[in-house]
Design a protein around this ligand. Structure first.
Ligand code: MG
Length: 261
């Protein structure tokens, strides 16, 4: 888990969906399967050749998750963007590979008891809702839900996507935190607007992320880049848990984050 704070307690937490609220492996396996099928169907290559090509993409995702795009891979192999979108729309159903996740449902609910939460995804709304339903979540699990249709031509990592969700929630960027599995796509844009964020490796780190957001608690191994403790909210008390990377940790004031309105 990597925390990039700005010294302010969250008044809105904006979650990514893919690879954040369900494991990226579920997404990767499905996407790779669909690409392999496309190679076979539209290119006429053998299953074996398709699998070999896909092994290259899988390895690139392992080596550099932030910098590897399935779409770029497909385009690099000569498919058109419309062709890929159409094929993906017809054959990709990430929800099929997912199962209920009581921990993720519980953690979001625990956080939402103190801070409003939003979902911001580049998925189409129907696909996102299908995925959420498998996990055990729904539209009502979030105070705001913005999907591809809601952000028009400014999907993440465009800051416009974040401006849209902030406007929907009525919260200014400096009091918003993003939680996602890719810094460049999920956290960086909100940081540029003045917000903060946490990069998680997947839903297994959501309990840690929620603990940080509520209490400023971090675990050994976490990377914490927090600018001095919550400005004006620390009551002059030094950190409860000692120091985090040499910067005073917060003292639990996040529990006093504004209740949902
Ligand atoms: Mg993601």
């Amino acid at each position: 888990m990597r925390v990039d704070g700005n010294g302010r307690a969250p008044r809105l937490v904006i979650f990514d969906l893919d690879g954040t609220l369900y494991p990226r492996e579920a997404y990767v396996d499905q996407v790779l399967g669909v690409i392999a099928r496309m190679f076979v169907e539209l290119r006429g290559v053998s299953q074996q050749e398709a699998r070999a090509a896909l092994a290259e993409l899988r390895q690139a995702m392992r080596d550099d998750w932030d910098g590897t795009s399935a779409t770029s891979f497909v385009l690099g192999h000569g498919f058109g963007i419309e062709q890929w979108r159409d094929y993906r729309h017809r054959h990709l159903s990430i929800a099929d590979g997912l199962t209920a996740d009581a921990v993720t449902v519980g953690e979001l609910s625990r956080l939402r008891a103190h801070v409003p939460i939003a979902l911001l995804t580049n998925n189409a709304r129907a696909a996102a809702l299908a995925v959420l339903a498998r996990i055990g979540l729904g539209r009502d699990s979030f105070d705001a839900l913005l999907a591809a249709e809601d952000v028009g031509d400014t999907p993440k990592p465009d800051v416009g996507a974040y401006a849209a969700v902030l406007a929907a929630a009525g919260v200014s960027a400096e009091y918003a935190w993003a939680v996602g599995d890719r810094y460049d796509i999920d956290v960086g844009p909100l940081r540029r607007l003045g917000g903060a964020g946490i990069v998680v490796s997947g839903p297994e780190e959501l309990p840690s992320a929620v603990a940080w957001l509520l209490d400023g608690r971090s675990a050994p191994g976490d990377e914490v880049n927090e600018v001095p403790a919550f400005a004006g909210e620390v009551n002059g008390v030094s950190a409860r848990d000692g120091e985090v990377n040499g910067v005073p940790a917060r003292d639990g004031e996040a529990n006093g984050a504004p209740a949902r309105q």
